[in-house]
Write a protein that binds this ligand. Structure first.
Ligand code: FES
Ligand SMILES: [Fe+2]
Length: 322
């Protein structure tokens, strides 16, 4: 296969952050997951999810309603509990165990309800390994982009676009002060560092006109990127985690979790948040104009700092071949 779109069957084996736990779903809400509709319902501890069609006669469960902890089918009233492992015809009546293929694999951490539409033989990623939750952090999203998940991840790992796409935020003169270095390359993931000068960082160092930063990137399959931003002149580090969920062809949802290190001033944190938001908007414009599928072959054109894109294509080729 020469291309990847993000909704190939093999991607159903991974886990996705499907719902923010601090977001109530009192009315059933449809979310497409790797091309398959699922329905999230309930709130807090009892939030659950089922596949979008009722196993009885195929009714659209997003048209159902929530009663107690259960989602009730709008057609004949079958009730589904939060983990959907069994359904009841009437409240208190005998429950029917659903066959394995009907079930979604569900897990919760402190941030999200994670779901996997298939047998989920990959481990779920741990947000807390990438974001220091003892520091200040915020979660942005879900944001919905008309772009394919692999193309978004390619953009998030790409540092060669900084002086062009981010000229308004990082500055057109943003340069590397030494080479990009690949740190690790495992079977399905890789990491690298990149050091550069950012001209118009408005947060950490007040209004200073140039900041040296070392960025450490890690690609976590299938569509997640962790970035640690070290400010070379102050002992401080920001952490960013980008979680992309493929919804359908050329459609994705994503979350951005940002930990802004030790900076105490509200004012500076606000500037950091504004900067993150502005950069996200710049990336969005580019990503939404890219093709819905990503070419997996290597480009004949070699630019500086292109290694992450080449490595990413190699990892996706391997995932697709599984
Ligand atoms: S279709 Fe859902 S209970 Fe009949
Ligand atoms: Fe970018």
């Amino acid at each position: 296969m020469d291309y990847v779109s993000g909704i190939e069957t093999v991607f159903r084996n991974f886990w996705y952050p499907t719902w923010r736990l601090d977001q109530p779903a009192e009315t059933p809400t449809k979310v497409d997951l790797v091309g398959e509709p699922i329905v999230v319902f309930g709130s807090g501890d009892s939030v659950g999810a089922v596949r979008g069609r009722c196993p009885h006669r195929g009714a659209d469960l997003s048209k159902g309603f929530v009663q107690g902890n259960a989602l009730v089918c709008p057609y004949h009233g079958m009730r589904f509990g939060p983990d959907a492992s069994c359904a009841q015809k009437v409240e208190g009546g005998p429950s029917v165990r659903l066959v394995q293929s009907r079930l979604l694999n569900l897990q919760k951490d402190r941030f999200f309800l994670w779901a996997s539409p298939s047998t989920a033989h990959h481990d779920m990623m741990r947000v807390a390994e990438h974001i220091d939750i003892t520091k200040r952090y915020f979660i942005g999203g879900p944001m919905f982009w008309s772009a394919s998940a692999p193309q978004m991840v390619d953009n998030f790992l790409d540092v060669a676009h900084f002086p062009f796409v981010h000229k308004e935020t990082l500055g057109a003169e943003t340069t590397s002060s030494n080479n990009l270095t690949v740190l690790t390359s495992d079977e399905l993931s890789f990491s690298f560092t990149y050091r550069h000068l950012a001209r118009r960082i408005i947060g950490k160092l007040g209004s200073s006109d140039s900041v040296s930063r070392t960025l450490t990137y890690r690609f976590i399959p299938p569509f997640n990127v962790s970035i640690r931003i070290h400010y070379d002149e102050v002992e401080d580090e920001d952490q960013i985690l980008l979680l992309v969920v493929p919804l359908g062809p050329g459609r994705s949802m994503f979350y951005k979790i940002v930990s802004t290190g030790n900076v105490p001033e509200v004012d500076v944190r606000k500037k950091e948040a504004d900067l993150q938001q502005a950069m996200t908007a710049e990336d969005r414009e580019v990503c939404e104009a890219l093709p819905d599928r990503m070419y997996l072959g290597q480009s004949e054109i070699k630019l500086d700092f292109d290694e992450p894109g080449a490595l990413l294509r190699e990892k996706y080729a391997r995932i697709i071949a599984q």
